[in-house]
Design a protein around this ligand. Structure first.
Ligand SMILES: [Zn+2]
Length: 241
């Protein structure tokens, strides 16, 4: 299995690794460790480059498989052979924006649950933009403004972001995690990674986050939409710092 460096070191921009397998048909290599986020939980995958003695190859996309993380490389390039030492470099401008955006989405979840008891039902993001669906009966321009103000208060409050990897049994006893439907996790999973905005929000989550909510910067709620009687979608944007 590939060691998932991004799970514990979200600020890692470069890393060294060894190619452990090659998939010619998908033009991809498997690495023993990676800092490239392969996507999931609404957070898009990372981009970047892989360097070896043979030169630099653009990463088309990382993809999680049963064997670990495959790195699909730019078409028409020579794949490094198994055993080759490589250095990966993340497109940091994109990733850091995604980290700020992902943490902003958790601030929004935390605020909406704390103030209105509304659960999140889905979400998606791209750099500096995101949307989340909540179990909300009615949404108005006025309410959106109140939510936006509350989100920015919590961003500026500077909540530390704490990531933990817990044994399944421990995680299943935390009330905040039970409310976020942690019980829907597949039975085979022995450990649960949690992301806590200390004092605001706690979720089971696989994504990469900033270390403190203050890094998110100003958040604007730019739109909202009804997606059904008890489902409302909120759109947010972050400033480009
Ligand atoms: Zn998340």
């Amino acid at each position: 299995m590939t060691e998932l460096l991004y799970q514990t070191h979200s600020y890692l921009q470069t890393f060294s690794a060894t190619v452990t397998a090659v998939d010619e048909s998908n033009h991809a290599v498997l690495l023993d460790r990676t800092a490239f986020y392969p996507g999931g939980g609404g957070q898009p995958y990372d981009l970047g480059v892989l360097r070896s003695a043979g030169g630099e190859i653009a990463l088309e996309r990382p993809r999680k498989g049963p064997e670990g993380v495959w790195h699909v490389l730019a078409a028409g390039t020579d794949l490094p052979a198994p055993g080759t030492s490589v250095e990966g470099q993340i497109d940091w401008a994109r990733r850091y924006r995604l980290m700020r955006t992902h943490t902003a989405m958790h601030v929004l979840c935390g605020v909406v649950f704390r103030d209105y008891g509304a659960q999140v039902t889905g979400g998606d993001m791209e750099p500096l933009k995101g949307r989340m669906d909540f179990e909300f009966e009615s949404m108005s321009k006025e309410l959106v403004g109140v939510i936006e103000a509350a989100v920015n208060v919590e961003v500026e409050a500077g909540h530390p972001v704490r990531v933990q990897i817990l044994p399944r049994e421990t995680a299943f006893q935390i009330p905040d995690l039970i409310r976020t439907k942690i019980n829907l996790l597949p039975p085979g999973i022995a450990e649960v990674r949690t992301v806590e905005l200390v004092g605001l929000d706690l979720q089971a989550d696989g994504g990469t986050h900033v270390h403190n909510t203050a890094e998110v910067g100003r958040v604007r709620v730019v739109d909202y939409k009804s997606k059904g009687r008890i489902n409302k979608r909120i759109y947010v944007e972050l400033e480009d710092l």
